[in-house]
Design a binder for this molecule. Structure first.
Ligand code: AR6
Length: 175
């Protein structure tokens, strides 16, 4: 599995993969952060398509086309807003990743890229969020052999370091 998992430091909108994941809000009508970047790169047709979806509850995921993106599809998911960790935040973040991986499996996508869901404007602590992301990613790669490449996009140095540390803990390269 480990060899099918990649970290990429940069902008998710540049990636040529089957599907990119958007860390959206429940309106699905756009916002800041990665959501804003994806809508800018995809063009206005993305929000027109999103308007027909009637939003998305936290922890769920919905599929659209990629429009002007290199990726032909976008999965929009909604991670939890961090309050204090006692409001189901870890379970909801796990659910958001699982909802995306379920769609990836159902659609038979061969490659997918994820941002670090909830760790920006939604303030989910990076250490715990990166653990959930890597755990769910490895589980998905194990059960879905059609998924040849899974990329976790780390936009800044702190995110990259956190993901690298989690991979070393959870999927060490055999000696
Ligand atoms: N490519 C990859 N990652 C990015 C990019 C990019 N172009 N831009 C930012 N990131 P955030 P959230 C990183 O705030 O915490 C939006 O307004 C960013 O550095 O985008 O789930 C939505 O509409 C961070 O590591 O998403 C919602 O209202 C990560 O993406 C709300 O923010 C997630 O940060 C969702 O908040």
């Amino acid at each position: 599995m480990r060899e099918r998992l990649e970290l990429f430091k940069g902008d998710i909108t540049t990636l040529d993969v089957s599907v990119i994941v958007n860390a959206a809000n429940s309106s699905l009508l756009g916002g800041g952060g990665v959501d804003g970047a994806i809508h800018r790169a995809a063009g206005p047709e993305l929000v027109w398509e999103c308007r027909k979806l009637n939003g998305c509850p936290t922890g769920s995921a919905k599929l659209t086309g990629g429009h002007n993106l290199k990726a032909a599809h976008v999965i929009h998911t909604v991670g939890p807003i961090w309050r204090d960790g006692n409001h189901g935040e870890p379970d909801l973040l796990t659910k958001a990743y699982r909802s995306c991986f379920a769609l990836i499996r159902q659609m038979g996508f061969g490659s997918a890229a994820f941002p670090s869901i909830s760790t920006g404007a939604y303030r989910f602590p990076l250490e715990q969020a990166s653990r959930i992301a890597i755990q769910e990613g490895l589980a998905a790669l194990e059960e879905n052999l059609v998924l040849r490449k899974l990329i976790f996009v780390c936009y800044d140095a702190a995110t990259l370091e956190a993901y690298q540390a989690r991979i070393e803990q959870l999927a060490p390269v055999p000696a």
